[in-house]
Design a protein around this ligand. Sequence first.
Ligand SMILES: [Ca+2]
Length: 399
Amino acid sequence: MDSTKEIFGITRRQFVTSSAAVLATSGFAHEANAVTALARQPSEQGKSGPGAGRGPFRVIIDTDPGVDDALALLLAMRSPELKIEAITPVAGNVPLDLTLPNALRMVEIAGRTDIPVAAGARAPLVRRLVTATYAHGENGLGGAVFPEPTTKPVATPAADLIRQIVRKYPGEVTLITIGPLTNIASALNSDPELASMVRGLVMMGGSLSGGNITPAAEFNVYVDPEAARIVFQSGIPVTMVGLDVTRRTSLTDDHVRALEAAQNPVSQAAAKIGRNAINHNREGGYLVGPNMHDSLAVAGFLDPAILKLQDYYIDVETTGELTAGETLGYSPVAGDLRRRPGMEKDATNMPIRGSAPTLASTKTSPVLRDKFVPNTKVAVEVDSARFFDLLIGRLSGSK
Ligand SMILES: [Ca+2]
């Protein structure tokens, strides 16, 4: 499958062309176009909103459960729009020895042991693993305890399974990644043609407004920045659902009470995880949260009206002593770089530069890209109420 394959109902070439062309038109048109990236999916059948008979869409969910991963997995498994081809745990919030059984627990709770679960990477590509037990508890589920799973993972390693599934359904599989990107990067590294066969990648990760594990970096990208960079530069159309929007999705007592009231195993498990997470957050003295980062990425795929997207060129800082894992977003139509109507065309020529040369270097200032070409649609606004309607409704079984 070459670069003309279909993505969201348009070809990859059209995706790039339309993204570039729209920059030459008005800011409003740009915005309108940006919003359509995810919205193309429901429009395929002329319907809108969740549960409108769309799909099913083939997806692989790459995850590091993780409190919000657990709820995201349960949401996905309760969503008829998704044909979940595999769940591929990776080391992240907690080590693989916990993320793998946690994923299997969620599959059992949802009664979806038909979904293959494949063990992924134990460590990032070139770094030591940094975990987030401070946020997710020692067991990764905020201290909510569930029985040991009896379901076993499949024998195929995650990166191999990702490659096999994408090759089996070229142009059809969307990767939903809600953990560090090690498994995906490993799959892409093993098969140079693979990226062109992936329909799209919806990522919880990154931020254009500061980090959550360092001032610069969001956790998933911080853990494996080299892997994230491979993904952003792969040519796969990426939708980045980062802290810019996920910070606006605080789980509340009311949400948890709604889950507790519903008498089904998924809702009860989600309530237990949610209750523990809220308590854990309060004990930590936080004023807001816990945020449902990962569920938002899944929900945004299910119901594109939840997120507003904007075209960016995203790259990842990998060498900064203080900034490794930072996602840099270039847009010639954002902030001070906005041009008046009719002048946006020039802005697409914006070169993307690295740091200035040092006195010891004979090189001129490196130009990383000679002009702006978007590679990512970044979620810049979220309809949080609509998101929680979907999340709580699906988990409780009322929607
Ligand atoms: Ca996660």
